[in-house]
Design a protein around this ligand. Structure first.
Ligand code: BTN
Length: 251
């Protein structure tokens, strides 16, 4: 297993605060691209926009990959496209059901969330940029494992597939889906990726409610821009560009 040449080192922890915090700390101190941090349980798992990510021990894929993309900072959104498409493809192949991407990077099957992605960027001690690509996949969780309020909105791959799934196999599959797409964005050419993302999008063509800084506006999700931003047509005809770092949609 883990025959990916992209991964240079794997660190496994039974318990950690957050694998993304570990990845950020290690990347700051100079650990190379391809360092993969895996955990069985997180005491302080983090989601996007300050949310928490909770999963019982041993049930999920909880991982963070250190990356050092050769991309100008304003293009870093492409990393979100590559990661979302790779996770959606992984899930689809693993359980044989179509996984879709709710903008920016929630992975849904049958309209319920099975995986989330948190990308954080920073500079290491020598001023080199890095990204920590954090991925949480609900693998062998039962209905009861989810907090009651999110049960209608989330599920796990085992609930969908009706069988226990091998987490290491999923990680391997993810790496094989991610690596070629990561190469593509690093080469500066990601039109294929953008069209894959559009095809897998659950959001495009739908009426959405965009939340930016607590403000809600309704509109039609028209397209995804080259930086992974969502283009929304507002009722007055204006176009709004929403960037993933500051916005989410709640329907
Ligand atoms: C989201 O949907 O809001 C993103 C969730 C990302 C969760 C993963 S689990 C592994 C990594 N470590 C964290 O603390 N968060 C990410």
């Amino acid at each position: 297993m883990m025959d990916s040449r992209f991964v240079s080192e794997i660190l496994f922890k039974y318990v950690t605060g957050s694998t993304n915090d570990d990845a950020i700390r290690l990347a700051r101190s100079g650990m190379p691209e391809g360092t993969l941090i895996l955990a069985d349980y997180q005491t302080n798992g983090r989601g996007r926009l300050g949310r928490r990510w909770v999963a019982p021990p041993g049930t999920s894929v909880l991982m963070s990959l250190i990356l050092r993309p050769i991309l100008p900072l304003e293009k870093i959104g492409a990393l979100n496209l590559a990661a979302s498409v790779a996770v959606a493809m992984t899930v689809s192949k693993m359980i044989g059901m179509k996984a879709m991407i709710k903008w920016p990077n929630d992975i849904l099957v049958k309209g319920r969330k099975v995986a989330g992605i948190l990308i954080e960027t920073g500079l290491d001690l020598s001023g080199r940029p890095f990204s920590a690509l954090g991925i949480g996949i609900n693998v062998n969780m039962s209905e009861d494992d989810f907090p009651i309020d999110i049960r209608p909105k989330a599920t796990s791959l085992s609930e969908l597939a009706g069988r226990y799934l091998d987490r290491l196999e999923l990680i391997d599959l993810f790496l094989s889906e991610f690596e070629p797409r990561y190469k593509e964005i690093n080469s500066g050419e990601w039109l294929t990726l953008l069209s894959e993302y559009r095809q897998l999008s659950w959001t495009l063509g739908k009426q959405v409610r965009l939340i930016t800084d607590g403000c809600r506006i309704g509109g039609l999700a028209l397209d995804i821009g080259e930086q992974g931003e969502l283009l929304v047509r507002l009722p007055d005809g204006r176009l709004e560009r929403a960037f993933s770092g500051e916005s989410s949609i709640d329907c």
